[in-house]
Design a protein around this ligand. Structure first.
Ligand SMILES: Cc1cc2nc3c(=O)[nH]c(=O)nc-3n(C[C@H](O)[C@H](O)[C@H](O)COP(=O)(O)OP(=O)(O)OC[C@H]3O[C@@H](n4cnc5c(N)ncnc54)[C@H](O)[C@@H]3O)c2cc1C
Length: 598
């Protein structure tokens, strides 16, 4: 407790020191709004910020961006502090319903879902990892009705955003230069980053740019950072265009209803609360809902677009009966895959938050504070359940050069909602010791959940049930992935630093033979962690696909001027982190909107 308060007391100092890297005085907020706009974009997150930026390139159209939150702060700039932003004012603070087959070791068996409530959305809270997913993901989307979304179609939109700055990657033919979104590795690595990549080689995985020709392999990740600081989509795409007179941004503004004319099928206006005051704007051309995978379906349902029977439960008139909120997919990992390290080479709090390193960060934008939330390696692997003939890994290992004990349980443990009993018995005895984690992330889970309304209040959090680990295949593949992580830690590149298996078993799993398949399955079901990638709740598909909410041009079916543009449109979750895909979706959508509104 004492240490926590010391760190908390250090925050203002940190904030002061990092002022070089942030400018809170930038005026995003538009004071007076017009009565109507050509385009109203709802939600200024990873996708919405990009859409608003691109649409307002045409000076002849007017664009209003409505965002529930305010602007990011100086702490959110510091890459290693990513997890500390959870449960802060920048977070929507969602919780899933208690899980039946997972999260046994989390408070009330609920998974905590942070989502960015701030201009830039989750790109302000995220771990900044730049990952595109595999070519196969997008080819599958297209094959199942999302015409125009194959890898060959989407590739140029990844490139369009990008300003890749790492010499060994930027010229390999797979990346863009000069775009708004700077992509680069932190200048600093611990020795463990290379150990991870070398361990992958030991098991036959190439060291490669997994965002390029081949998806399977290991790499030290690139991130959406610039000058050692986080680069949110707000900073990247909006800050440079703020002076455009045709772009208005309304902060602290929550859209509560799309007002739809049932006969014309047009959204005529949008109701929103601006600093708590009910407000209305009229729409000349289109409304673009970019409120993310939780809030986009919520807003559509509140406005009468959703499953008829479910809307009726809340007394909402159904204007269009569509499967909004279904098809919820998320990436999870087994949080208990941590290892002990003999040598002082990992990222522990006492070695990171020193005055010398703070000065290094301030002066040279390097040092451990630039690490991407502490993630130093990504390994895209195939378990025995993956198709050996395809370059389509079924797990992504996140290698962290630390674990929940690295800061004495101050951030990750709290963010994950780890139960006190589990914390005290398994982790606390190793507080502040050198450790690493190899978190196996299930890339294409079979378990699918849903989001529903709890009430017709826009302010009540929706009911979120991801149904983690309910499909039997999921736990089987997770066990195989954990075994691969254990193999990696035993390879010479890691062993030279004295890595060993964690020496305290999970008490809940003591009935099983240590490290047996049953034991590992129990660990995965006990410490089940989200990777914060919910998608799919406004599914894109062919017009005649009854499971689709939007068509391949992202138009809500049977509506004239309404699109959804964010991670919720993914028909299937991509095999990688979802920020770069959300930005790509927005880039492509902006082009489609321009084409459809000549
Ligand atoms: C903790 C965390 C770590 C992550 N790490 C990574 C990572 O390292 N790499 C990666 O690729 N991905 C990562 N992700 C996931 C990635 O950031 C998201 O998938 C992506 O940002 C989603 O973009 P979006 O536009 O769909 O939604 P969001 O970015 O969530 O944007 C939605 C926006 O809409 C606003 N909004 C919602 N409702 C309303 C309303 N009614 N009215 C007005 N505004 C509204 C929200 O405040 C928000 O700003 C992470 C996510 C989190 C939370």
């Amino acid at each position: 407790m004492a240490t926590r308060s010391i760190v908390l007391r250090m925050m203002p100092l940190l904030a002061g020191m990092f002022s070089r890297l942030a400018d809170e005085n930038i005026e995003f907020q538009q004071n007076a709004l017009n009565l109507n706009y050509d385009y109203v974009v709802i939600g200024g997150g990873s996708s919405g910020a990009v859409v608003a930026s691109r649409l307002s390139e045409n000076p002849k159209v007017s664009v209003l961006l409505i965002e529930s939150g305010g602007t990011e702060n100086q702490l959110s700039d510091v890459p290693i502090l990513a997890a500390t932003l959870q449960k802060s004012a920048l977070d929507w603070k969602y919780l899933t319903v208690p899980q039946e087959k997972a999260c046994f070791g989390l408070d009330n068996r609920q998974s905590y879902w942070p989502r960015g409530k701030v201009l830039g959305g989750c790109s302000v809270l995220n771990y900044m990892l730049y990952v595109r997913g595999c070519h196969e993901d997008y080819d599958q989307w297209a094959a199942h009705g999302a015409e125009g979304w194959s890898w060959n179609d989407v590739f140029r939109y990844f490139v369009k955003s990008e300003d890749n700055r790492d010499p060994d990657i930027k010229d390999n033919g797979w990346h863009g230069k000069g775009g708004y979104l700077t992509v680069q590795r932190p200048k600093y690595q611990t020795v463990l980053a290379q150990a991870f990549v070398d361990a992958g080689k030991y098991l036959g995985y190439p060291s490669t740019d997994t965002n390029g020709a081949q998806c399977t392999g290991f790499m030290v990740p690139q991130g959406t950072i610039r000058g050692g600081a986080r680069l949110s989509t707000s900073r990247a795409f909006l800050e440079p265009v703020l002076k455009r007179p045709n772009l208005h941004i309304s902060l602290f503004s929550t859209a509560t209803k799309l007002n739809i004319n049932k006969h014309t099928r047009r959204v005529e206006s949008v109701t929103f609360d601006r600093f708590g005051v009910p407000t209305l704007v009229y729409v000349n051309r289109e409304v673009i809902v970019s409120a993310g995978a939780v809030n986009s379906p919520q807003l559509l349902m509140l406005s009468g677009i959703g499953p008829r029977e479910h809307l009726a439960e809340h007394g909402i008139e159904c204007i269009e009966d569509l499967p909004v909120g279904l098809n919820l997919q998320d990436h999870i990992f087994a949080g208990g895959v941590n290892f002990l390290v003999r040598d002082p080479v990992s990222v522990v709090q006492s070695r990171v938050f020193t005055m010398d390193l703070l000065r290094t960060y301030q002066g040279n934008a390097t040092g451990p504070l630039t690490l991407l939330g502490g993630v130093e390696g990504l390994g895209f692997i195939k378990t025995k359940y993956a198709d050996p003939k395809k370059d389509w890994p079924d797990f992504e290992i996140h290698f962290a050069s630390g674990s929940p004990v690295s800061d004495g349980g101050q951030t990750l443990r709290i963010a994950n909602g780890l139960q006190q009993r589990l914390w005290e018995s398994v982790y606390e005895p190793h507080n502040y010791e050198d450790t690493v984690s190899l978190y196996p992330v299930m890339l294409r889970p079979k378990s699918v959940g849903y989001i529903k309304l709890r009430s017709r209040s826009p302010y009540e959090h929706p009911l979120i049930d991801p149904k983690y680990l309910t499909a039997p295949e999921d736990i089987l593949s997770m066990v195989e992935a954990i075994k691969i992580c254990m193999e990696l830690i035993k390879t010479p590149p890691f062993r030279r630093y004295g890595t060993t298996l964690w020496d305290i078993p999970f008490p809940e799993c003591k009935g099983y033979e240590l490290y047996s398949d049953e034991y590992l399955a129990c660990v995965a079901r006990t410490y089940t962690s989200t990777l914060y990638h919910p998608v799919g709740t406004c599914k894109m598909g062919a017009v005649n696909d009854p499971t689709a909410v939007v068509d391949p041009r992202l138009r809500v079916k049977n509506m004239r001027n309404l699109r959804v543009v964010d991670a919720s449109i993914m028909p299937k979750i991509v095999s990688g982190n979802t920020n770069a895909p959300a930005i790509m979706i927005a880039e492509k959508a902006a082009d489609m909107i321009k084409e459809d509104n000549p």
